[in-house]
Design a protein around this ligand. Structure first.
Ligand code: C2E
Ligand code: CA
Ligand code: CA
Ligand code: CA
Length: 279
């Protein structure tokens, strides 16, 4: 038993050392990733339930790692937030999204809007709004083609600063969406004080919305609350026709999820749109 105990102890520390090694290595690689052009944006379409059109897509970052393959944001965004590299990554995301919008000009996709994700840490950056304004201008993209998704964390700390940043963004004409709505710990007061255009109901409410009474009640209440405040609603993580029917019957404006499409590279998105595969 003693032997076994020691083995499992060693196994545990080795596991921890491996993780720490991997973290350090990944952080080192991350410092090269921008220069080596290793990030890519995938795009996940949002279906407008009223018009049955796709007018917007969410940009989701991926890291094409030279040895580890395609990494999801969960594998490197937290690390980038700790090291502060997230600010440069965020600037790259904004630039790549604007460049994509510029490429779509005078094509069948020229009306698409792109939503980018920004963390609270990125919003801390005083120069972020100027960077977004300058990038839109340099690429010749109207600000209302760009949407910014923020989670409720930004309403808990640095409220004055964040309100200022959001007002400036809104003034440019950029749309503002609250991501993962309902799982943050903030009060609802910000819906009164902040210029919000869109609420994205978190996937955790949608998964069982057709089976669980409480999820259905919450989802309906969020839709009504938002609509009474003049805010549109996106349901995230929609995977079944039943969920789609429920959301449509309760007036949800947009849905996003594997039922419509997984996040796709831009060429695959264009092909799917062209062939009408997403409707
Ligand atoms: P999020 O913004 O809530 O994005 C939605 C996540 O759910 C995406 O994961 C998407 O692929 C996944 N998803 C979409 N539809 C479905 C569905 O029907 N079922 C299920 N099970 N999952 C679905 P992804 O791409 O791995 O991104 C994870 C998170 O990483 C994002 O969550 C976002 O918080 C963060 N992230 C992604 N791109 C960026 C970025 O450019 N900057 C920052 N700061 N964060 C980002
Ligand atoms: Ca998001
Ligand atoms: Ca979300
Ligand atoms: Ca999320």
């Amino acid at each position: 038993a003693k032997e076994q105990g020691r083995n499992s102890y060693q196994f545990y520390t080795e596991g921890m050392q491996d993780r720490e090694m991997m973290r350090l290595e990944l952080d080192k690689d991350l410092s090269q990733a921008l220069a080596n052009d290793e990030f890519v944006l995938f795009f996940q379409p949002q279906l407008d339930l009223q018009s049955s059109e796709i007018n917007s897509v969410e940009a989701l970052i991926r890291w094409q790692h030279p040895r580890r393959g395609l990494l999801s944001p969960a594998e490197f965004i937290p690390l980038a937030e700790e090291s502060g590299r997230i600010n440069d990554i965020g600037r790259w995301v904004v630039m790549a999204a604007c460049q994509q919008l510029a490429r779509w000009k005078d094509t069948p996709y020229e009306n698409l809007r792109i939503a980018v994700n920004l963390s609270g840490r990125e919003l801390d950056d005083e120069n972020l709004v100027d960077h977004i304004r300058d990038t839109l201008k340099a690429e010749g993209v109207p600000a209302n083609r760009l949407e910014v998704e923020l989670t409720e964390e930004i309403f808990i700390q640095n409220i004055e600063h964040n309100l200022n940043q959001l007002s400036r963004l809104r003034q440019l004409g950029v749309h503002l969406a609250i991501d993962d709505f309902g799982v943050g710990y903030s009060s609802l007061g910000y819906l009164r004080d902040f210029p919000v255009d869109l609420l994205k109901i978190d996937r955790s409410f949608i998964t069982d919305v057709t089976e669980r009474h409480d999820d259905a009640v919450i989802t309906r209440a969020v839709i009504n609350l938002a609509h009474n405040l003049g805010i549109h609603v996106v349901a995230e993580g929609v995977e079944t026709e039943d969920q789609l029917r429920f959301l449509k019957s309760h007036g949800c404006n947009l849905i996003q999820g594997y039922l419509i499409s997984r996040p796709l590279p831009s060429e695959d998105l264009e092909m799917a749109l062209e062939k009408g595969l997403l409707l």
